[in-house]
Design a protein around this ligand. Structure first.
Ligand code: SAM
Ligand code: SF4
Length: 523
């Protein structure tokens, strides 16, 4: 659904409290999906991989006309909001946008749930434990809602794009006032209005992706580093992954809008930007009027006067030679690449629909290392994909060593309803999966510690982010390769890039001393 279609239809489906409690023939606890289906007639289509694969070629419209409705522009005056964020950077950034919208409505932020007038849970659906945390939190919030009936509790993010989750919330979590999806963030003021004035449970989730809304306000977390979305959605359909269903099809922001945003951040004094997308290497594939891809965007980033540019996440399949050539220019394009491999076994990669093999991944790594000799590579790995054999897992272990990854996010496979892998029979017991994860993590720790040891006595460039969480007399920041460094220094250097000599190394961090002048710089 795009904005034009939305404006032509009444979009908000309201579940009246009468419906919610007793007007229907069955008790709520006995209701099934069908009983709720009519609520979704125009707003919600359950995730369906077949439908999702048949994505239309509808033109994505870019809108620059977002505004808060007049009647909502002061509604938050004297009130407070709290947003709890789960999951990836994309969600963190969506939270910045929602905070921006709420602030423009007059709300102030708070970290204290007891103090809040509106609480939003920005959820993640990538693994089951992420979902469990949210349901746990909803349970904790129930007494607060009973105490403060005017409190608005909302659930948004990837979980609300799933029909089963929405049904569960509607059946079992009456304390929730508002459920909206990842494509509906710009509708927040109207949705709050509905929740406030109609006192009904408001559900607005578009299963089909929306347009790109450019001029949404943002309250960024911090003034040193910033996230910049370059695209939305994912068309890769890895068989284990729910993201293509929860985030919709790939849609790229126009280059001029991204460049303007990064220039503006540079002018405001930001030292680092991270370009965000589920598969940034697919950037620009959806443009039908210009030939402009991720490598071109990185080339334009290279020309902007901002010290550090990162990007996440790269899919190995779309990582092309032009991009390697541009990244090799260095400068503000940092030599740290996060390149999720998921498995070292070509057979498992085939079953995951990753569209590359162990061999082609290794070839890509060799090309990158040749062009950028000092590159640091990190990755994501899933263990215990259905029917993964011991031998296939061993291939992941050897790949980990062969590439020399300096860090890895490692996960046990979690079946996600609506994905092809979730219906596969799986003969690997959980105990075996856990054992594999422990072994892999030992290797990851070993390789991380070894990469850290190499810094002993070296001078690195550190972007100072603030005081260390453990000790406020110590400052902490990140190197160009994203290693944490702790050292003592004046608070006045927070937000600056300084030279630090490494005196001590740990598995996941470095300790050092501030240096005035750099003799030898390594990053
Ligand atoms: N788009 C990115 C990519 O392709 O690498 C990252 C997407 S996802 C937010 C981050 C990571 O979660 C993935 O790289 C994968 O390792 C992991 N993941 C996704 N679905 C999973 C599942 N069903 N079970 C376990 N891990 C999963
Ligand atoms: Fe999920 Fe694969 Fe898309 Fe990454 S590329 S978001 S793992 S489907």
């Amino acid at each position: 659904m795009n904005e034009k279609q939305r404006k032509e239809q009444a979009q908000i489906k309201q579940v009246s409290s009468v419906d919610r409690k007793s007007s229907q023939d069955k008790p709520l606890s006995e209701k099934t999906t069908e009983d709720f289906a009519h609520y979704f007639q125009t707003t919600y289509t359950p995730p369906d991989i077949k439908k999702a694969r048949k994505r239309g070629r509808d033109k994505i419209e870019v809108h620059y006309d977002f505004e808060i409705p007049e009647e909502m522009s002061k509604i938050g005056k004297g009130k407070k909001f709290l947003i709890r964020t789960y999951g990836c950077q994309m969600n963190e950034h969506d939270t910045e946008v929602m905070a921006g919208i709420l602030s423009e409505m007059g709300y102030e932020s708070t970290l204290d749930a007891d103090d809040a007038d509106i609480i939003l849970l920005n959820t993640c659906a990538i693994r089951e434990n992420a979902e469990n945390k949210v349901f746990g939190e909803l349970g904790h919030l129930k007494p607060l809602k009973l105490e403060k009936p005017d409190l608005i509790i909302g659930v948004c993010g990837c979980m609300s794009q799933q029909e089963s989750v929405v049904n569960r919330i509607m059946q079992k979590h009456q304390q929730v006032d508002l459920i909206f999806g990842t494509h509906n963030i710009h509708r927040l003021p109207d949705l709050i209005k509905e929740a406030m004035f109609s006192k009904v449970q408001v559900v607005e989730v578009w299963s089909k992706e929306g347009d790109i809304i450019e001029n949404l306000p943002k309250v960024r977390h911090g003034q040193i580093k910033a996230w910049v979305n370059i695209m939305y959605g994912c068309d890769k359909f890895c068989t284990y992954c729910i993201v293509p269903m929860t985030r919709g099809k790939e849609r790229s922001r126009r280059p001029e809008d991204i460049i303007r945003e990064v220039r503006h951040l540079a002018a405001q004094g930001y030292q680092e930007v991270t370009l965000l997308g589920q598969n940034v290497n697919a950037y620009g594939k959806d443009f039908d009027d210009i030939e402009y891809r991720f490598a071109d965007l990185m080339n334009d980033m290279h020309k902007i006067d901002i010290p550090r540019v990162r990007f996440t996440t790269s899919h190995p399949r779309d990582f092309d030679d032009h991009l390697i050539e541009v990244l090799a220019k260095g400068g503000n394009l940092l030599d740290h690449i996060h390149l999720p491999v998921q498995s070292g076994s070509s057979e498992i990669l085939r079953k995951m629909n990753r569209k590359y093999t162990r061999e082609s991944y290794l070839e890509l790594v060799a090309k990158i290392k040749k062009a950028i000799p000092n590159v640091t590579l990190t990755t994501d790995i899933i263990v215990g994909f259905p029917n993964e054999t011991d031998e296939q897992f061993e291939e992941t272990m050897t790949l980990m060593e062969e590439v020399g990854f300096e860090a890895a996010y490692t996960f046990i496979y979690s079946p996600r309803e609506g994905t092809p892998a979730a219906v596969k029979k799986d003969d690997v017991p959980m105990e075996v999966k856990k054992e594999r994860l422990y072994r892999l993590n030992d290797l990851v720790n070993k390789q991380s510690a070894e990469s850290m040891d190499a810094y002993e006595g070296k001078v690195v460039k550190v972007l100072v982010e603030g005081e260390s969480k453990k000790d406020e007399t110590v400052l902490a920041g990140y190197t160009e390769k994203n290693k944490v460094v702790n050292f003592k220094g004046p608070k006045s250097i927070i937000g600056k890039i300084v030279d630090v000599k490494i005196t001590d190394t740990k598995t996941w961090s470095l300790n050092g001393e501030l240096v005035e002048k750099t003799a030898e710089v390594s990053n």
